[in-house]
Design a protein around this ligand. Structure first.
Ligand SMILES: NC(=O)c1ccc[n+]([C@@H]2O[C@H](COP(=O)([O-])OP(=O)(O)OC[C@H]3O[C@@H](n4cnc5c(N)ncnc54)[C@H](OP(=O)(O)O)[C@@H]3O)[C@@H](O)[C@H]2O)c1
Length: 253
């Protein structure tokens, strides 16, 4: 393929970089030449990711961050900037899931889901955007939503509601921050096997679900590479407020 994307000279921040999709996103950006701030609560796991990136010739720094705590977000972004310079790319990826029928949802589950997926994602994006505006950095923000934010699925209603909020958050940020040279887009992954759902695929219900998918398969983290790389590239300056499903056709039906 002749079209290659270099992120050399750019600094990126990835939340939820301690497992699953976040590890993949961080590794991908580092391979393309970005210096990457790896953020999450489990710093031991971030250090493993950092070591692998550095061994492969890239640049990364691990930063403890709890996205449910705005002070932790603010200090984490400041630490990333101090280490790597102005942040030009944010992959706003931290998230939690959980299965409960709507009639069974308790306050703790509701609050944990919204505090992480909506409030956390909002304040991470806001903190990075304020920094981009202050440093005059034309930026790219990729919010990680979900196909569950586009279409309801059984037993994950609260998660779906939170991801629908991320979709509207993306569109709101896109129109408000465009004048500052910041593009905000969202990727809506379909089912991709990671720690958030690994337990499910071994069950009978999980196997049944796979059989209902258009190609009877779930994705791997690397299946999202092309969409993320497009969204963070300089060439995507005319792509703003886009909500892109990467789901192998799941919500098409
Ligand atoms: N896998 C899928 O099929 C799928 C589909 C659609 C959307 N998604 C979305 O993709 C994103 C990544 O999910 P995943 O599949 O990679 O799941 P995962 O392996 O469970 O990773 C979730 C990440 O979020 C971080 N996180 C959770 N709570 C946090 C907090 N309070 N502060 C900071 N970080 C926090 C975790 O880090 P620590 O625990 O170390 O803090 C972890 O790195 C999520 O937003 C998820 O909703 C996933």
């Amino acid at each position: 393929m002749a079209y290659t994307i270099s992120l050399a000279g750019k600094a990126a921040l990835v939340t939820g970089a301690s497992s699953g999709l976040g590890v993949r996103f961080a590794t991908l950006l580092a391979e393309a030449g970005a210096a990457v701030a790896l953020c999450a609560r489990r710093t031991d796991r971030l250090k493993d990711v950092e070591d692998r990136i550095v061994e492969a010739g890239g640049r990364a720094v691990s930063i403890g961050m709890d996205v449910t705590d705005v002070a932790s977000i603010r200090s984490g972004v400041a630490a990333a900037e101090a280490a790597l310079g102005p942040i030009g790319i944010l992959i706003n990826n931290s998230g939690v899931s959980g299965e409960q029928r709507l009639t069974d949802v308790d306050e703790a589950t509701f609050d944990r889901t919204f505090d992480t997926n909506v409030r956390g994602a909002f304040f991470v994006a806001q903190t990075v955007a304020v920094s981009m505006i202050r440093t005059g950095t034309a930026g790219r923000i990729v919010n990680v939503a979900s196909i569950a934010g586009l279409k309801p699925f059984g037993r994950i209603g609260v998660y779906s509601m939170s991801k629908a909020a991320v979709v509207m958050m993306t569109r709101s940020m896109a129109i408000e921050w465009a004048r500052h040279g910041i593009n905000v887009n969202a990727i809506c992954p379909g089912y991709v096997e990671t720690e958030i759902n690994a337990h499910h695929w071994a069950t009978e219900a999980g196997q049944k679900l796979v059989q209902m998918l258009p190609r009877r398969r779930i994705g791997r983290p690397e299946d999202l590479d092309a969409v993320v790389m497009m969204m963070v590239s300089d060439g995507a300056h005319f792509v703003n407020g886009a909500i892109v499903a990467a789901d192998d056709g799941m919500v098409a039906g």
